[in-house]
Write a protein that binds this ligand. Structure first.
Ligand code: HEC
Length: 142
C-alpha cells in the first residue's frame, strides 16, 4: 500500500475510532440509554392507566358508571349497588393485590354479591393490572 493511501486511511480511521470511544463513555452514552428511571416509570404508569381506562369503559362502566361512581345504566337493576370505585377513602382500604383479586374472582367467590362478575376468565393478568392502575386514578366528581 502506498504511503498516500495509508495517510488517507488514517484520516478516516482515527476520527472514527475517537468518535466510537466517545460514544461508549461519558454523558452521551447515558443519553443513548433513554429516559431516566423515574420518567420511565411514569411512562409505564400512563400506558397502564390509559389501557385500563379503555378496558373499564368496555367491561365495567355498564354497572359502575363511566366515572366509576356506581351509577352505570345497569345499576338501578342491582341490589346491592355496584361499588363506588371513585370513593378515595373506601378505595384506600384495598391494596392493589386485593383489588386485583376482587376483579379477577368476582363477588360470589369472596362472599359478596354475585352481581359482580369474575373477570379472571375474560381478562388476562396484564389487563387486570391495567384496570387496577386505572381505578387508582378515579376521583368522585364534586
Ligand atoms: C353486572 C354489573 C357489574 C359489572 C359489569 C362490574 N361490576 Fe364490579 N361490582 C358490581 C357489584 C354489584 C358490586 C358490589 C358487590 C358487593 O358489594 O357485594 C361490585 C363490586 C366491585 C368491586 C369491589 C369488590 C369488593 O370486594 O368490595 C370492585 C373492585 C369492582 N366491582 C370492580 C369492577 C371492575 C374493574 C369491573 C370491570 C372489569 C367491574 N367491577 C364490572 C357489579 C358489576
Amino acid at each position: 500500500m502506498k504511503r498516500r493511501h495509508l495517510a488517507a486511511l488514517a484520516l478516516v480511521a482515527v476520527p472514527a475510532a475517537a468518535l466510537w470511544l466517545l460514544g461508549r463513555s461519558g454523558p452521551r452514552a447515558h443519553a443513548a440509554e433513554g429516559p431516566a428511571p423515574a420518567a420511565q416509570r411514569e411512562m409505564v404508569l400512563n400506558y397502564e392507566q390509559s389501557n385500563g381506562k379503555r378496558l373499564f369503559e368496555h367491561y365495567c362502566a355498564v354497572c359502575h358508571g363511566a366515572s366509576g361512581e356506581g351509577d352505570g345504566f345497569n345499576a338501578f337493576n342491582l341490589n346491592p349497588k355496584p361499588r363506588n370505585l371513585a370513593n378515595r377513602e373506601a378505595m384506600k382500604t384495598f391494596s392493589d393485590r386485593q383489588l386485583f383479586d376482587a376483579i379477577s374472582q368476582g363477588g360470589a367467590e369472596r362472599g359478596k354479591s354475585n352481581l359482580m362478575p369474575p373477570w379472571g376468565h375474560t381478562l388476562n393478568e396484564r389487563q387486570l393490572r391495567y384496570l387496577v392502575a386505572y381505578l387508582r386514578t378515579l376521583r368522585e366528581s364534586e
